[in-house]
Design a protein around this ligand. Structure first.
Ligand SMILES: C[S@@+](CC[C@H](N)C(=O)[O-])C[C@H]1O[C@@H](n2cnc3c(N)ncnc32)[C@H](O)[C@@H]1O
Length: 238
């Protein structure tokens, strides 16, 4: 087990290096540009499914104090800002934090550069939010990560998360999706540099079961092809 953990640690570090190197081209994925442009029909589906997720977030209403984990360049921070009184936005990569600040320039956001696996919440929040982060957590850290989310929430506090479904046209045209069960993904940057990162594709029934086992009461909704979102709260006091 410890050997497996050491191996995952290598990929978790490479993942930070990858997002650091990718900071300036990260949004191309979200905006379906360059290597992520999958043609008008797929792009139309992508944006309409994104809109469906955004509406779920609207219904959820991430009000009060919000902790955003792995906030990235701020593509979702901007929507959280419509509801939140205050956001603590954590990411390991200074370049993406700088882009997030540039996009949102709001005094309501406090930025924290930290590795989530080392970081401890210093207060309790009304909401914990993370998008496209759960899939980058190696399986042996799943339970401890959710424990940390629990510690970061006030009693009755809520969680909302978004992630990728297993769909080949989600990623770049020069990326090959491995088997659904594969945990390590090969990624390339525009300049051809290669990285290996953690990417876990959850089946929503399996994920629901794992969350129940970890003491969470969450609903998971899927869009037709690309995304799922989950929202809920702790089922039991820690
Ligand atoms: C797929 S991106 C998602 C970004 C953003 N949430 C979004 O939806 O656009 C993953 C983010 O996780 C960050 N990250 C990777 N490993 C991390 C770690 N160990 N601790 C904190 N952030 C990390 C990366 O810098 C990157 O911004």
């Amino acid at each position: 087990v410890s050997l497996q953990k050491d191996n995952f640690n290598r990929f978790l570090q490479e993942q930070i290096d990858y997002y650091q190197a990718r900071a300036g081209e990260y949004d191309e994925w979200f905006l379906r540009q360059g290597r992520y442009d999958r043609g008008p029909e797929n792009n139309r589906r992508w944006f309409s499914e994104l809109e469906a997720i955004r509406q779920k977030l609207d219904s959820f209403g991430p009000r009060g104090s919000v902790l955003e984990l792995a906030c990235g360049t701020g593509l979702w921070t901007q929507y959280l800002l419509k509801y939140a009184d205050h956001i603590t936005a954590v990411d390991a990569v200074s370049q993406v934090l700088a882009l997030n600040r540039e996009r949102n320039h709001s005094s309501k956001v406090a930025y924290v550069r930290a590795d989530i696996f080392d970081w401890q919440p210093d207060r309790q929040y009304d909401v914990v939010f993370f998008s496209f982060w759960l899939s980058h957590i190696s399986p042996e850290r799943f339970t401890s990560f959710w424990g940390k989310v629990g510690l970061a929430l006030r009693p009755g506090g809520r969680v909302f998360f978004i992630d990728s479904r297993y769909e080949s046209t989600s990623t770049a045209t020069d990326h090959r999706l491995k088997d659904k069960g594969s945990i390590i993904a090969d990624r390339w940057l525009n300049d051809g540099r290669k990285f290996q990162i953690v990417k876990v594709f959850y089946d929503s029934a399996d994920l629901s079961r794992k969350l129940v086992e970890s003491g969470w009461d969450c609903t998971i909704d899927e869009t037709e092809n690309y995304f799922y979102c989950g929202y809920g709260l702790r089922a039991q006091a820690l």
